[in-house]
Design a protein around this ligand. Structure first.
Ligand code: MCA
Length: 501
């Protein structure tokens, strides 16, 4: 039986030449070969089948970064079951929304979350609940069957492999459906674009609940049969120690600014590295220049989003221009258009649209919303403003969507504003992103409070922290008498940013 459309088949085509070779290692003595990866994911896929899961079912996982999660991802892909990973920082209210919307047949999380699942009052019943704690304990390990033979399911490239949520300027987070073909085509293109070879070793410190750590980083390694050095999370000292073991690193700009704070970062330490890649948030020119001075490496900046995986990249060979996200990938078309969807000439700023095999299949259960975000000629409207220079390099000038990127994570002000507005004593609020040396942008809440009640910053932060994942919680709260509004009554966030930056 063939399984050509299945993403795992594409991964395996890449790593099968190195089956006995090392896939992953860490500083604690963990070592996994590709053969082990193949058989562990087969056992887990057999286990999912024995539990009665079928193609198209969703498996939601909310655990800390661990190898089991990686195995589960590949077991789901092999089974044509939809993998739905969640940031472990999400709180109850956020979690119940995702579970209600994705309606998984299986949910894996730590003991505390699983024990409290009844309190979420979900409308649908999740048949399979398993625990996986930070120390590796829990009944997750009972899922794997003994049989390590599993024929990867033959599926269409169009079938959905993963569901990842992103919020929007209005309304609730939307499930982004990424197909086997989306993820496979993009990983293959990136291997070629960035010159991945079996001899490479990728420093992997990114979380694996997002496109960057899961599909881009892991995808390049699997498709090239290279190795990765596994870090549980990004800790600058530990990453510095790993640099001499590795040839490529991927990170968000915060990783690079944090590394630059350490004297140990120098050209001697990085001499075996061939490539540092940055994405998920804008890389400042000063970070690019300082990194170059200290290490002789020009960080390669690229541009993507959850809906599209990667769209553009500065070249491996050829000029890497600071402040640009480079050129469209080989199989991706990028255009800049005006509000009426007319193509704009080179040099003019407009809405960035993309088309290619990387572009997602649509929003989960929202066909109308999906339609709105695509032009008639099949281009996806990214919501970013951009411009193309005379050499074809693209720069992201701004976002037409009201969004903050903090430490590489997207934050949508509306979600925070609507919670702040419910706090007693708040008349109205506006949440903005202000420049931050460490996070790129930090979340700041501007509040107009009623005259009778006095509110303080700590109370507001504590209230939001109870309800939302930590990365969305305002780092600062400012109180003002009234919000600046334009003639249409819209809050002028640019004025607030100027006032408070
Ligand atoms: C953690 N905290 C944050 C963030 N992360 N606050 C703001 N922004 C953040 N990104 C808060 C926690 O809630 C906690 O708050 C405190 O910081 C310490 O938590 P800790 O986990 O120790 O933080 P950290 O280790 O310093 O993490 C910061 C980080 C991490 C290393 C920048 O967020 C990270 O690895 N970011 C990468 C995200 C990523 O992979 N993005 C790719 C998305 P408290 O102390 O108050 O409790 S994919 C994407 O964007 C597209 C597709 C693309 O192009 O790649």
């Amino acid at each position: 039986m063939t399984s050509k459309g299945n993403l795992y088949t594409s991964y395996k085509e890449g790593f099968s030449k190195n089956l006995e070779g090392q896939f992953l290692f860490d500083d604690q003595g963990l070592e996994i070969t590709y053969r082990e990866l193949d058989s562990e994911t087969a056992k887990l896929a057999n286990g999912l089948k024995e539990l009665g899961l079928s193609e198209g079912d969703r498996v939601t996982v909310q655990v800390s970064k661990c190898i089991e999660m990686l195995y589960l991802y590949l077991a789901c892909v092999r089974s044509n079951i939809i993998f739905h990973p969640l940031n472990s920082a999400y709180k109850e209210k956020e979690l119940s929304y995702f579970l209600e919307d994705a309606k998984p047949s299986m949910f894996i999380s730590n003991q505390e979350t699983i024990s409290n699942i009844a309190e979420l009052n979900l409308e649908h019943n999740i048949n399979n609940l398993f625990t996986l704690n930070d120390d590796g304990s829990g009944d997750f390990s009972s899922i794997a069957a003994k049989d390590s033979d599993f024929v990867t399911v033959d599926c269409e490239q169009e079938d959905i492999a993963a569901l990842l949520y992103s919020s929007g300027t209005t309304g609730q987070p939307k499930g982004i459906m990424l197909s086997h073909g989306n993820i496979a085509s993009n990983a293959k293109t990136l291997v070629k674009t960035w010159g991945f070879e079996q001899s490479d070793c990728l420093l992997h410190a990114l979380p694996i609940y997002h496109v960057h750590g899961l599909f881009v980083a892991l995808g390049c390694v699997l498709m090239s049969g290279s190795r990765l050095k596994w870090h549980h999370s990004f800790k600058a000292e530990e990453v510095l120690n790993s640099i001499p073991d590795c040839t490529v690193m991927m990170g968000v700009p915060t990783y690079y600014t944090r590394l630059l704070k350490h004297d140990a970062l120098n050209s001697k330490l990085t001499e075996k590295m061939r490539l540092f890649i940055s994405g998920s948030a804008p890389l400042l020119d000063e970070t690019f220049n300082e990194f170059n001075q200290r290490t002789n490496h020009l960080i390669l900046e690229r541009y993507g989003m959850t809906e599209t995986n990667m769209n553009t990249s500065n070249p491996l060979k050829g000029a890497r221009k600071a402040g640009t996200v480079g050129l469209p990938l080989d199989d991706v078309e990028v255009v800049v258009v005006d509000e009426e969807n007319n193509l704009l000439p080179q040099g003019e700023i407009g809405n960035l649209q993309v088309k290619g095999p990387n572009v997602f299949k649509g929003y989960w259960g929202l066909p109308e919303k999906t339609k709105e975000d695509f032009s008639e000629d099949g281009f996806f409207n990214t919501g970013d403003k951009g411009v193309i220079d005379e050499d074809g390099y693209i720069s992201i000038i701004g976002r037409s969507k009201d969004m903050i990127i903090s430490g590489g994570l997207n934050v949508y002000p509306k979600e925070i504003e609507s919670l702040i507005d419910k706090i007693e004593g708040v008349q109205e609020s506006a949440v903005i992103g202000l420049n931050d040396e460490d996070l790129g942008e930090k979340v700041v809440a501007i509040i107009v409070s009623s005259e009778e009640l006095t509110l303080d910053e700590k109370e507001v932060i504590a209230e939001i922290k109870n309800q939302l994942a930590g990365f969305k919680v305002p780092k600062e709260v400012k109180f003002i008498k009234q919000l600046p509004r334009n003639a249409m009554g819209k809050v002028q966030k640019n004025i607030l940013r100027d006032t408070f930056s």
